[in-house]
Design a protein around this ligand. Structure first.
Ligand code: CTP
Ligand code: CA
Length: 225
């Protein structure tokens, strides 16, 4: 629950946040996508704005109504998201990566609709840039919060990402099957940082976002103390 002291505790703090899925074109009418709805990211962007932060939301395609934020930048592909973030990363205090960014994109999207022919079709994929890792590796990086959606060994993979990407915090959740996560209204998170951790139990993504926003504000304040 929010206490009185939580109100406006991020006043004047500039937050850049990615949300939603990306779409990687195969041809002019088809894409590779994923099951991210953008719900967690939108809720977190709204919760951070409620704490007084100046929020710039870089969003992949989502059917949801966007939260009230200072700026909304709509993108489609991982490369577009990368460009939008790169142009703004030096001007933020906190970077939050909730987006489900495609790790790979078709190497050469077809210029016209791919026609059906042979029984099998091979599409070559190439790696996309890791937006979060790049921001965390800036000479003067903002405070970084990443997410880790895992189907198994949640804590171990999340700790690996916290360390390898040199993040300040990571929020990990189990996805797939009957757990929360993608395409769900509810979720639970294991939040890790250097020197601590907190479990946020299964609750609505809106409530979860509020709790996570307060935790982020606490860690951010500590970081600057
Ligand atoms: N992320 C990003 N850019 C990418 C891929 C991931 O910014 N190209 C961010 C996500 O927004 C998330 C974090 O990195 O905050 C972890 O994403 P995840 O897919 O869980 O991890 P990866 O590092 O991509 O590793 P893998 O998919 O192999 O588990
Ligand atoms: Ca990934």
């Amino acid at each position: 629950a929010l206490s009185g002291s939580d109100v406006q505790r991020l006043a004047g703090v500039r937050v850049l946040l990615t949300a939603g899925p990306t779409r990687e074109p195969l041809d002019p009418v088809r894409y590779l996508g994923n099951r991210s709805s953008g719900r967690m990211g939108y809720a977190l962007a709204g919760a951070l704005a409620d704490l007084g932060a100046h929020v710039v939301l870089v969003s992949g395609p989502s059917a949801l109504a966007p939260p009230a934020v200072a700026e909304l930048v709509r993108v489609e592909t991982a490369l577009e998201m990368h460009a939008a973030v790169t142009a703004r990363a030096r001007d933020c205090d906190v970077f939050v990566a909730t987006a489900a960014v495609a790790d790979y994109r078709p190497a050469e999207p077809a210029g016209s609709k791919i026609k059906k022919g042979a029984e099998t079709l091979e599409i070559r994929l190439v790696r996309n840039p890791d937006i979060l890792a790049e921001v965390a590796a800036l000479p003067k990086p903002p405070f970084t919060l990443g997410f880790a959606a895992e189907t198994n060994d949640v804590e171990q993979y999340a700790r690996g990402k916290l360390k390898d990407k040199r993040l300040d915090m990571i929020a990990a959740n189990r996805v797939g099957g009957d757990s929360g996560g993608f395409e769900r209204e509810e979720n639970a998170l294991l939040v890790l940082w250097n020197g601590g951790q907190r479990t946020l139990p299964m609750m609505s993504k809106v409530e979860l976002a509020r709790e996570l926003a307060v935790l982020l504000a606490e860690r951010y304040a500590e970081h600057h103390a």
